[in-house]
Design a protein around this ligand. Structure first.
Ligand code: GLU
Length: 379
């Protein structure tokens, strides 16, 4: 899970928007950070190992002007955390930031190297840059090149790409679990992995769906479906308070989250539980009282910290509801061919809602006929 951000517009400097957005996305990865900004026809890249503060130091020494750019904060999957593996990755005129995993990485790398391409990093992301650059060199515009590259990719991705050969636009693509949110401004446009990153700039947002592309310019944002046709989607007007999405005065996100636990629990269940009537209001959750009666077993699935919270969940479900509960690591769940039936409720738990193995477990549960109720911290 990485954080990506993009900007195009005349009002603000790209560097400012990108760094500001990355600050709010830093929880998504702190292996390295980087930006690529188009200035007077050429792309300037700044990258640094470790936290965003290191990149800010680099940019203080070597600032970049320009009004179109992309930025990234990395959580490495392919290649160790290093400056060389930091995004943005470049090939020819193209520079890209990516969130996700290219599953056919090995095959593509061999193919690109035999076609004479020098791959500089160990990442899967750089291969996408080469695939797009091949098409740009062949005369495609940036959107056509990105679409052609995506046709070659297996796996999940959300990416944003710029090219000095097509210097007025940012192209974004999404497929699989990784999110992309587009922000609409006046003569400017934004994109990011989540809403809070660009909330100070606009409240008009569009969520890109799987298989879709977006072309951002300082004139408009054009949405393109998987067949290459443009289409419209009504933007959402976001009402949230940006401050509650940040560190709120604490030094660390983890510290903030620990201290927020009593309030988070109250906010989540407080309005649904009535101690007086000894009743629970499940409005909006698809589970009827009859269905609840039929639950014979609960199957929790999650990864990492969410897995440990499920262990606590197991105790609570068994002690309070008296329903036998199992906890599985989501990465193992689908391979052990779990026995699931109609009386079983599968509960995938993921903070981001993007954990690939947990999403796979969710699909497994549905396929095998279990009732699925997910718990995650994002909309
Ligand atoms: N696969 C890319 C990398 O390792 C992106 C990682 C991610 O989205 O977490 O750099």
């Amino acid at each position: 899970m990485c954080g990506i951000v993009g900007y195009v517009g005349r009002k603000t400097s790209a560097m400012e928007v990108l760094i500001d957005g990355l600050r709010r996305l830093e929880y998504r990865g702190y292996d390295s950070a980087g930006v690529a900004i188009l200035d007077e026809g050429s792309i300037l890249v700044r990258r640094a190992l470790g936290k965003l503060a290191n990149l800010e130091g680099v940019l203080r020494d070597k600032p970049v002007a320009g009004h179109i750019g992309i930025g990234h904060t990395r959580w490495a999957t392919h290649g160790k955390p290093s400056e060389r593996n930091a995004h943005p990755h470049c090939s020819g005129s193209v520079s890209i930031v990516h969130n996700g995993i290219v599953e056919n990485y090995r095959q593509l790398r061999v193919e690109l190297e035999s076609a004479g391409r020098t791959v500089e990093s160990d990442t899967d992301t750089e291969l996408i840059a080469h695939l797009i650059d091949q098409r740009v060199e062949a005369g495609d515009d940036l959107l056509a090149a990105a679409r052609a590259a995506c046709a070659r990719l297996a796996g999940s991705y959300a990416f944003a790409v710029i090219s000095s050969a097509d210097p007025h636009r940012v192209v974004a693509a999404k497929n699989g679990g990784s999110p992309i949110i587009l922000g609409l401004g006046e003569k400017e446009a934004f994109l990011a992995s989540d809403i809070p990153a660009i909330l100070p700039y606009t409240r008009q947002m569009i969520s890109l769906r799987d298989g879709e592309f977006a072309v951002l310019s300082d004139e408009d944002v054009v949405l393109i479906d998987s067949e290459g046709r443009s289409f419209e989607r009504e933007p959402m007007a976001i009402q949230w308070d940006p401050v509650s999405a940040e560190k709120g005065g604490y030094d660390r996100f983890m510290q903030k989250e620990i201290f927020e636990q009593p309030r988070a629990v109250m906010d989540t269940i407080g309005t649904r539980v009535s101690e007086e009537d000894c009743d629970v209001d499940l409005d909006g959750i698809e589970i009827s009282p009859e269905m609840a009666e039929r639950i014979s077993r609960i199957q929790l699935v999650a990864c990492g910290t969410a897995y440990y919270s499920c262990k606590v969940g197991k105790l609570l479900y068994e002690q309070i509801a008296g329903i036998p509960t199992e906890v599985d690591l989501a990465s193992e769940f689908r391979y052990r061919r779990p026995v699931l039936d109609e009386g079983c409720v599968v509960v995938p738990v993921s903070q981001s809602g993007e954990t690939a193995d947990t999403l796979a477990a969710l699909r497994e549960g549905k396929q095998r006929g279990a009732h699925v109720i997910s718990i995650c911290s994002t909309r």
